[in-house]
Design a protein around this ligand. Structure first.
Ligand SMILES: NC(=O)c1ccc[n+]([C@@H]2O[C@H](COP(=O)([O-])OP(=O)(O)OC[C@H]3O[C@@H](n4cnc5c(N)ncnc54)[C@H](OP(=O)(O)O)[C@@H]3O)[C@@H](O)[C@H]2O)c1
Length: 225
């Protein structure tokens, strides 16, 4: 049994991860940011321990980390948003874009830095930065520029973390869950959330130190940077 920290578990992929992991007997601590999210999490994964913070709020994240003393074996930095309505290269909502970068790019790093002392004490510890194929420079398309940029930046952060933590045997990857039917992915997405999450869990469990710094999808296949 491993101890998993799932960040952003009020709905979508994070909620399903908390549900599947508790159902298979793993120890789960999961975070939400409000009472509505807490109610959803408690209904889907009643055995999960819960934390409450917004990933834009460093003090709140650190206060939550101080509530835990046991080692964390797997950290899934999953929370993210899609960003403002206007986010093309020709018409950008700059305040909305900055807010998105705080959530999607710096938020996961705030979480990792706050919980790192616990992760360092974990068994074969792994950190999954939940990214997107839209963070790949190799993928064409110009819609949702702020979201793309936020995930490009997150990918770079994952690479830097991987390099900095390799000597401590902490594995860090940037992982895409695929295009998934959630609030973010929308109803036309081809992947069911349960299948995506099963892949994320399986791939996380099979990671070796040699995999650190990879950009991969939920099935473990490489994505071009
Ligand atoms: N679905 C897809 O097709 C897809 C594709 C590629 C990548 N991804 C990535 O997969 C991850 C999960 O996506 P999803 O589809 O599950 O999205 P979702 O259904 O929109 O859920 C997003 C989760 O992140 C939380 N969150 C958002 N902003 C937050 C903040 N500032 N602080 C704390 N929590 C925050 C939400 O909490 P609230 O309920 O409180 O808002 C919710 O729990 C994200 O990193 C996303 O970028 C998804």
């Amino acid at each position: 049994m491993a101890h998993w920290l799932v960040v952003g578990a009020s709905r979508g992929i994070g909620l399903e991860a908390a549900r599947q992991l508790t159902a298979r007997g793993e120890r789960v601590t999961a975070s939400v940011r409000d009472a509505k999210g807490l109610a959803a999490l408690e209904a889907a994964a009643p055995r999960a321990a819960t934390l409450q913070f917004d990933t834009r709020d460093e003090a709140a994240i650190r206060a939550a980390a101080n509530q835990i003393s046991d080692p964390i074996d797997r950290l899934i930095a999953n929370a993210a948003a899609y960003g403002p309505k206007r986010q093309s290269s020709l018409d950008m909502d700059f305040d909305g874009a900055l807010d998105l970068l705080s959530t999607n790019t710096l938020g996961p790093l705030r979480v990792v830095q706050a919980f790192l002392p616990l992760v360092r004490r974990g068994r074969a510890p792994r950190i999954v930065m939940m990214t997107s194929i839209l963070g790949s420079m190799a993928i064409e398309g110009t819609f949702n520029v702020a979201y793309r940029v936020s995930k490009v930046g997150l990918n770079k952060i994952a690479r830097c973390l991987a390099a900095d933590l390799k000597k401590e045997n902490v594995i860090v990857v940037a992982m895409s869950p695929g295009w998934v039917r959630t609030d973010m992915g929308g109803p036309d997405a081809p992947l069911d959330v349960a299948d995506s999450v099963a892949g994320v869990i399986e791939t996380t469990e099979t990671l070796k130190l040699a995999d650190t710094g990879r950009y991969l999808d939920y099935r473990g296949a490489d994505i071009p940077w």
